[in-house]
Design a protein. Structure first.
Length: 276
């Protein structure tokens, strides 16, 4: 069981920011904005899935995981609210949030599925966000030139994603979810998540007027596919999820722990996870 703390981020997100907020780099700005646009509806889905999964467990299991789930819900709800503020500025700049619309339609269409499938999808997505989070904490230069408040937003979110990377996975296991379902869901989430993210990034670049510029795609290729790029360097970690004996705790979270320990001036603990 993981002890999770809900934190209030002490960052101003009421002040607008530029369209190319990430150091003036068109691709990095569009890519990170696309991620943010997916978060509010995604975080709510994760909250609902894990809560509903917990309810299906026997009483002793609910007591075992109750505190951790409450902390998970609190952290994800905070992420949802903060990124809704971030996305509000994108909306005012005219960026169409199509990734959110597709996600809402997909969630409604699949609402009837076994609760284990929703928790499996959440665990799979949390694996992606944990890989992204650790990469971000290893590569703060991905936010080079961004305002300090926005750098803090993304690094704080990354640290907490890494911190609660095991919660949905453990609930899925406790629900009796099997390895085959877990892997099928992981493949599905891998395809859908990457396709949706790519489409939204392209739409953002189109709106920005930088879609067909060589500098845009040079930046994207460097960030994603260089030797230590986000995609290329994480292939082995992505494959780890396919192992029958895999558990998220097998991946290092020391960077997350260090960031949360060394940057307490940027947040206030609201409450420790206590009771579900």
């Amino acid at each position: 069981m993981t002890e999770l703390v809900v934190r209030k981020l002490l960052v101003d997100l009421t002040t607008p920011f530029a369209s190319r907020w990430n150091g003036g780099d068109a691709f990095r700005s569009a890519f990170f904005s696309a991620l943010s646009m997916s978060f509010p509806v995604g975080e709510q889905y994760f909250i609902d899935s894990v809560r509903n999964g917990l309810k299906t467990l026997p009483e002793d299991q609910r007591k075992r995981y109750g505190k951790e789930v409450q902390g998970f819900v609190g952290q994800e709800a905070t992420h949802r609210r903060v990124h809704a503020l971030f996305n509000g500025h994108l909306d005012k700049m005219g960026y169409p949030n199509t990734i959110e619309k597709r996600a809402i339609a997909r969630i409604k269409k699949q609402a009837h599925l076994d609760p284990r499938m929703h928790v499996a999808a959440t665990a799979a997505t949390e694996h992606f966000t944990a890989l992204f989070a650790d990469w971000m904490l290893r590569h703060p230069e991905a936010l080079e030139g961004a305002e300090p408040r926005l750098q803090t937003l993304w690094l704080w979110h990354s640290a907490e994603e890494s911190e609660h990377r095991s919660t949905a996975f453990d609930i899925y296991q406790a629900m009796g979810g099997n390895h085959l379902w877990r892997i099928r869901s992981f493949y599905y989430v891998s395809v859908v998540f990457m396709w949706d993210l790519t489409r939204q990034t392209v739409r953002n670049l189109w709106h920005d007027g930088s879609l067909f510029k060589w500098s845009t795609w040079r930046s994207g290729a460097t960030m994603l596919f260089s030797k230590d790029g986000l995609m290329r360097s994480n292939i082995p970690h992505w494959k780890d999820y396919l192992r029958p004996d895999f558990h998220p705790e097998q991946h290092d979270a020391s960077r997350s722990q260090a960031w949360l320990r060394d940057n307490t001036e940027y947040f206030v603990p609201v409450t420790a996870a206590a009771g579900a």
